[in-house]
Write a protein that binds this ligand. Structure first.
Ligand code: DX5
Ligand code: ZN
Length: 221
């Protein structure tokens, strides 16, 4: 397993030429495509669904697609995204009536499953499902928009999540999403994250490779 994964959030990509932009960011050295799904109900914004995921696969994108569901309800979208080529599906526990069932449903459909924690959502949602998650995603902004600032308190929460993962002895990814940039990625990694979502920091710059190289340099330092 690769130590650190960089997952550009395509929320900040050019939607008018999405396939091309995603191919470009992968060529620039990204590992995973982070795919933000918003429903204008669970979060106050509306983005993309399974058809767009399928379109990226049809375009020839073979990298893992990490589908971050900011939707309520969750379950009906799971089979659709699995069929459309999702590799990882994460959801917010507050948005599912039956968290254990939703995690099982994701795995049954052949995807890796994960829970997402908003800044004020307690990690105790993990208490009885550590054996059912492949990914833990901590939000370091309130979900709904790109380009917000990293909430500093998330560093302590990352340490707590890392402790839980180590104690479990399981191979669980610890993903961070929101306000990640070259100048804070090292502190975030030191707090325990090993998968880094970055939207505006990467797509907001003309040279994706330069930003990703900067991030890797910081991670290696
Ligand atoms: C926010 C999304 C993020 C967002 C991150 O709700 O889940 O993935 O795109 O964007 P930046 O990196 O710009 O904070
Ligand atoms: Zn996201």
């Amino acid at each position: 397993m690769k130590d650190f994964l960089i997952a550009p959030s395509i929320l900040s990509a050019d939607f008018a030429r999405l396939g091309e932009d995603v191919a470009k960011v992968l060529e620039a050295g990204a590992d995973v495509v982070h795919f933000d799904v918003m429903d204008n109900h669970y979060v106050p914004n509306l983005t993309i669904g399974p058809m767009v995921c399928q379109a990226l696969r049809d375009y020839g994108i073979t990298a893992p697609i990490d589908v971050h569901l900011m939707v309520k309800p969750v379950d009906s979208l799971v089979p659709q995204f699995a069929k459309a080529g999702a590799s990882i599906i994460t959801f917010h526990p507050e948005a599912s009536e039956h968290i254990d069932r939703t995690l099982g449903l994701i795995r049954e459909h052949g995807c890796q499953a994960g829970l997402v924690f908003n800044p004020a959502t307690p990690l105790s949602y993990l208490d009885y499902v550590m054996d059912k998650v492949d990914v833990i995603l901590l939000m370091s902004v309130n979900p709904g928009f790109g380009g917000q600032s990293f909430i500093a308190g998330t560093l302590d929460k990352l340490r707590e999540a890392r402790r839980r993962i180590n104690e479990s002895g399981r191979n669980i990814r610890l993903e961070i999403d929101g306000g990640v940039k070259p100048d804070n990625i090292r502190d975030i990694a030191e707090a325990g994250a090993d998968m880094f979502v970055a939207g505006s920091a990467i797509f907001g710059k003309p040279d994706y490779k330069a930003v990703i190289d900067d991030m890797r340099r910081e991670l290696a330092a």
